[in-house]
Design a protein around this ligand. Structure first.
Ligand SMILES: [Zn+2]
Ligand SMILES: [Zn+2]
Length: 234
């Protein structure tokens, strides 16, 4: 019912340029998105594009350790993806989750099935921030992807217990410090073999690492991630 009301009041718009378009993503944006898809060769750890086929890891992953096992992102974090994700996150454009999840399933369905996660875990927001924003964008994405891929979403499993300053204001080292003891697993023991973390953007991996750390300490064996976009950096 909600959806029908929305459709009556507002025409459908392209989640990338914001122009009215009945079929969701417009042709011009679809073409640009095709060029932004993260393709091979990719970093074997974070999934970022690398320059040469022989290169196993990106610069970041070759020089640091991650707590997660492996991950992938759909698009490079450039226009029109960056503006779209920004509106999805801060301007209540919740329905963008459908377009992102459909693309994630089309592009990475086979890989996700190979990883075989028992649940999808959206990166939780602190309840104060969630109340202010009204929703958790990672959760919307996880729910849409879970529906398409038929994987349950574990929402209350991990809680963000510390209110932190936004990561984008910090450098890489400060990001890691900012995320210490931020997440807590809300179960005494979880016997999960494999989980998939979902978030909007992968930048340095500090958030995913922090979450992966508590999940592994709680007994999860394999932690994978998928994000809508990823920064580039060889
Ligand atoms: Zn468009
Ligand atoms: Zn990497």
């Amino acid at each position: 019912m909600k959806i029908r009301i929305r459709k009556l009041l507002w025409p459908d718009t392209c989640p990338f340029c914001g122009k009215v378009n009945q079929k969701g993503v417009c042709l011009a944006c679809a073409e640009k998105l095709e060029g932004l898809l993260v393709r091979e060769p990719r970093c074997l750890k974070c999934g970022k594009p690398v320059r040469y086929k022989e290169q196993e890891y990106c610069y970041d992953c070759a020089h640091s350790c991650h707590d997660y096992d492996r991950g992938a992102a759909l698009w490079l974090h450039r226009e029109p993806v960056s503006t779209s994700v920004y509106r999805f996150k801060y301007h209540n454009q919740r329905f963008y989750a459908q377009a992102y999840a459909a693309q994630i399933a089309a592009q990475y369905g086979a890989l996700i099935r190979k990883w075989n996660p028992q649940v999808i875990i959206p990166v939780p927001l602190h309840k104060r921030r969630r109340r202010k924003r009204g929703y958790n964008q990672a959760e919307l994405l996880a729910e849409e992807a879970g529906r398409i891929l038929k994987i349950p979403v574990a929402k209350g499993l991990v809680e963000r217990v510390r209110y932190t300053v936004p990561q984008k204001k910090l450098d890489s080292k400060k990001r890691r410090q900012n995320l210490k003891r931020v997440f807590v697993v809300r179960a005494s023991s979880i016997r999960l073999r494999s989980v998939l973390i979902m978030d909007d953007i992968y930048t340095t991996g500090a958030t995913i690492d922090s979450l992966a750390r508590v999940l592994k300490a709680a007994g999860v064996q394999k932690v994978y991630f998928l994000t809508i976009s990823i920064g580039q950096g060889y």
